[in-house]
Design a protein around this ligand. Structure first.
Ligand code: ZN
Length: 152
C-alpha cells in the first residue's frame, strides 16, 4: 500500500513528465503540419491543376494560390517555432526552491502543489506540496501532505 507521500511524489513526477513531453507541443506540431500540407496542396496540386487547363485566364488565381500556399508554409513554420519555444525549459514544472538536494547536492530543487485526480479505490486522493530534484537521473523527491487521503 503506497503512502500519501508516495502518491503525491508519483503524481508530481507524472505532471513534470507531461510538461516535458508536451501534449500541447504535439497538438501545435500537428496544426503546423496541417498548415504545411494545405500549403503544399495549394501550390503543387491545385495550382498545377488550374495551370494545366488551357485557355483559362486564371493567372490571378494561380498567383494568389502561390501567395496563400507560401503563407500557409510560413504560418506552419511560425507555429512550430512558437510551440518549441513555449515547450522550452522556461516553462517547467513547479517553482525553484532554495537549497541543495540531499541526495545528489544539486541546487535545482523545484516545488509545486499536487492534487492528483481520484480514481478507483482512491476516491479522495491526498493533496500536498511536492519537492523534486531536477538533476537528471536523481530520484530525490519529498512530499508534505496538506490534505490526507480518505478511504472513499
Ligand atoms: Zn538530486
Amino acid at each position: 500500500m503506497a503512502t500519501d507521500q508516495d502518491l503525491l511524489i508519483e503524481a508530481a513526477r507524472r505532471a513534470r513528465r507531461n510538461r516535458r513531453s508536451g501534449r500541447n507541443l504535439l497538438i501545435s506540431l500537428v496544426v503546423a503540419a496541417a498548415c504545411a500540407a494545405i500549403g503544399w496542396v495549394l501550390i503543387f496540386q491545385v495550382r498545377a491543376f488550374i495551370k494545366s487547363i488551357p485557355f483559362l485566364p486564371l493567372g490571378m488565381v494561380t498567383g494568389w494560390l502561390l501567395v496563400i500556399g507560401v503563407a500557409a508554409f510560413v504560418l506552419a513554420g511560425l507555429i512550430a517555432a512558437g510551440a518549441l519555444l513555449v515547450a522550452n525549459p522556461g516553462n517547467r514544472w513547479g517553482v525553484p526552491v532554495a537549497g541543495a538536494c540531499p541526495a545528489c547536492g544539486g541546487r535545482i530543487l523545484r516545488q509545486d502543489t499536487v492534487a492528483p485526480a481520484g480514481s478507483g479505490s482512491l476516491r479522495n486522493p491526498p493533496k500536498g506540496v511536492v519537492t523534486l530534484c531536477d538533476v537528471k537521473g536523481c530520484a530525490y523527491g519529498t512530499a508534505t501532505v496538506t490534505t490526507p487521503s480518505r478511504a472513499g
